[in-house]
Design a protein around this ligand. Structure first.
Ligand code: ZN
Ligand code: ZN
Length: 105
C-alpha cells in the first residue's frame, strides 16, 4: 500500500499550510515565521529566543514572567522587586541590567 501523501504541516497558530521556505520549528510543530511570535507580547521570535509552553510560543522574557525564571540567572530572591542588583558588591548579573545607571565609567 502506498504511503499516504505527506500532508503539508499546518501552522498551529493560523491553521494554514507551512512550506519549508517559511517554516520555524518549535513545540513539535511547524509555524510560519510570521506566526512564530510570543503569545503575550507578540514579538517575533527565532530559534534563539523562543520558548514554548503547552504548545504556545513565548519569548524568554514573557515566559520568565509568566512561568518563572528557568535556568536564568536572576541572582536575587524570587519576588524581590529591588532594582539593586548588587553590582557594587561584585555581582555578575548580566541579564536585564540595561537600565542600570552606569554613569561614572
Ligand atoms: Zn501561521
Ligand atoms: Zn513576549
Amino acid at each position: 500500500m502506498p504511503f499516504v501523501a505527506a500532508e503539508q504541516p499546518k501552522c498551529p497558530k493560523c491553521g494554514k499550510s507551512v512550506y519549508t521556505a517559511e517554516e520555524r520549528i518549535a513545540a513539535n510543530a511547524k509555524w510560519h515565521k510570521t506566526c512564530f511570535k510570543c503569545g503575550l507580547c507578540h514579538k517575533l521570535l527565532d530559534s534563539t529566543n523562543v520558548t514554548e509552553h503547552s504548545g504556545e510560543l513565548f519569548c524568554r522574557h514573557c515566559y520568565g514572567r509568566k512561568y518563572g525564571p528557568k535556568g536564568v540567572g536572576f541572582g536575587g530572591g524570587a519576588g524581590a522587586l529591588s532594582m539593586d542588583v548588587g553590582e557594587h558588591l561584585g555581582n555578575r548579573s548580566t541579564e536585564m541590567t540595561n537600565a542600570h545607571h552606569s554613569s561614572q565609567f
